[in-house]
Design a protein around this ligand. Structure first.
Ligand code: SF4
Ligand code: SF4
Length: 344
C-alpha cells in the first residue's frame, strides 16, 4: 500500500488510509502506535497542547532513537505508525529515517504537521519532496493560532505539495464555529472543486493541556463515576527519547501526571515489553474496561469520589496518584492484579 503514486494516480491515493481508517486503527489495540518524534516546533501557537517551542528538546541520542524505531517496527500485528510532535518536519534527519523504516516494513505512515515547511508557491525543499511520497496520510492542522507562523498561502502550498506527492490529506481545524468552512475553502483553493475525492476535513476539540490550559475555558467538572471507559488505550505513544506511554494523552507525553503511566526503555525489545506491561496493568484494565469510576469501589480509593474532574483522564490520573501511595489502595491494586491473572 505504500507504493509511490504519481499525481494522476488518484486510485492509489484513494487506497491510502482515510480519516475513518486511521481512527479505526487507533481504537483497535495493537494496530497502531504514535511516535512522538520531537518536542520542538518553530511555529509557536499560543494554544499548543504540548507546549512545543523552537528551542524545546529534540532527538539527541541517536542510539536510543534507532532503538525506538526498531522496537516499533518489530511490534507484532502493527499496521500503522502516526508521527507527531512538536513539528515532525523540524526533524530533518529523524523524520526521513523513521518514515523510511516504517514504509519499508509495509506499515502505513501517518504524519501530523502544520505545513510550515512549504513555500508559498507550492514548492517544498528537496528533502521534503523526497519524503512526502512515502507518507500515506498527511494531517495538516490550521486555525487562527497557526496563522502567525503559517500563512494561508503557505498552508495552501503545503496542501499542493502533499497532493502532488500522492498523500491522502486530512485538514484539521479547531471546533471554534466556522472551522469546517475554513478548512473546505483552503482545500478548494489548493486542489480545486473536486478536492473531496482525495482529501477530507476533521474538526477537533481544543485541548486544555500545555499552553492551551491558559487559552481555552475550563470545562465543567464531573464526579468520577460519570466517565465511560477510556477508549485511547489502543493508541499508545513512544517518545523519541525512549519513553513509552499507554495512551496519547498530551499531558503524559510531555512529562506531567503519574509517573506510573510512563516507562523508560533503552533496547528495541523494551518497546514491546513496556506495552505488554501496560496491557497487564490491573488499574489500566479497570480504566480501559469500565472507566476510572470503577476504581472508586476498591478499598483505599474512597478519595476518588471526593473530587470532580474535567474529563476521564483527570479521574485516571487521580486513581494513579492514590494507588502510588503505600497503603490500602496499593494493596487493592496488587490483589486485583492477582485476581485478574487468575480470572482473565
Ligand atoms: S500547535 Fe502544532 S504548529 Fe502550533 S506550536 Fe504546537 S506543535 Fe507547533
Ligand atoms: S484515561 Fe488514562 S489511560 Fe486513558 S487516555 Fe486518559 S490518561 Fe491515558
Amino acid at each position: 500500500m505504500n507504493s509511490r503514486p504519481t499525481r494522476a494516480d488518484s486510485e492509489a491515493v484513494r487506497n491510502r488510509p482515510t480519516l475513518a481508517d486511521t481512527e479505526a486503527m487507533r481504537h483497535r489495540r495493537g494496530e497502531s502506535v504514535l511516535l512522538y518524534i520531537t518536542d520542538q516546533c518553530p511555529v509557536g501557537c499560543a494554544h499548543c497542547s504540548v507546549d512545543a517551542r523552537a528551542d524545546s528538546d529534540r532527538v539527541a541520542d541517536w542510539e536510543v532513537f534507532h532503538d525506538v524505531v526498531a522496537g516499533i517496527v518489530a511490534l507484532p500485528g502493527l499496521r500503522s505508525v502516526a508521527v507527531s510532535g512538536g513539528e515532525p518536519f523540524a526533524e530533518q534527519r529523524a523524520l526521513p529515517y523513521a518514515i523510511g523504516a516504517f514504509a519499508d516494513a509495509g506499515l502505513e505512515t501517518i504524519v501530523f504537521t502544520s505545513g510550515y515547511w512549504a513555500r508559498e508557491n507550492g514548492s517544498a525543499p528537496g528533502w521534503v519532496r523526497r519524503l512526502l511520497p512515502r507518507i500515506s496520510t498527511l494531517f495538516l492542522s490550521t486555525d487562527g493560532f497557526h496563522q502567525g507562523g503559517v500563512s494561508n498561502h503557505r498552508f495552501v502550498g503545503a496542501l499542493r505539495a502533499a497532493h502532488r506527492a500522492g498523500c491522502r490529506i486530512v485538514v484539521q481545524e479547531l471546533d471554534t464555529g466556522d472551522g469546517a468552512r475554513v478548512a473546505e475553502e483552503l482545500l478548494s483553493e489548493a486542489l480545486g472543486p473536486r478536492w473531496a475525492d482525495e482529501a477530507e476535513t476533521n474538526v477537533i476539540t481544543p485541548l486544555r493541556y500545555g499552553r492551551g490550559a491558559g487559552v481555552f475555558a475550563l470545562q465543567s467538572r464531573h464526579e468520577v463515576g460519570t466517565f465511560s471507559a477510556c477508549t485511547l488505550l489502543g493508541s499508545p505513544t513512544v517518545r523519541y527519547d525512549g519513553v513509552v506511554i499507554p495512551c496519547c494523552n498530551e499531558g503524559l507525553i510531555t512529562g506531567h501526571g503519574p509517573s506510573a503511566l510512563r516507562a523508560r526503555t533503552r533496547r528495541p525489545e523494551g518497546v514491546a515489553q513496556a506495552l505488554t506491561g501496560f496491557r497487564d496493568d490491573p488499574l489500566l484494565k479497570v480504566v480501559g474496561r469500565l472507566g476510572p469510576g470503577a476504581a472508586a469501589d476498591l478499598p483505599g480509593f474512597e478519595a476518588l469520589r471526593e473530587e470532580r474532574f474535567e474529563n476521564v483522564c483527570g479521574g485516571c490520573w487521580k486513581a494513579y496518584d492514590i494507588a502510588g501511595r503505600p497503603g490500602p489502595a496499593a494493596d487493592s491494586v496488587t490483589a486485583l492484579g492477582v485476581a485478574l491473572r487468575e480470572g482473565g
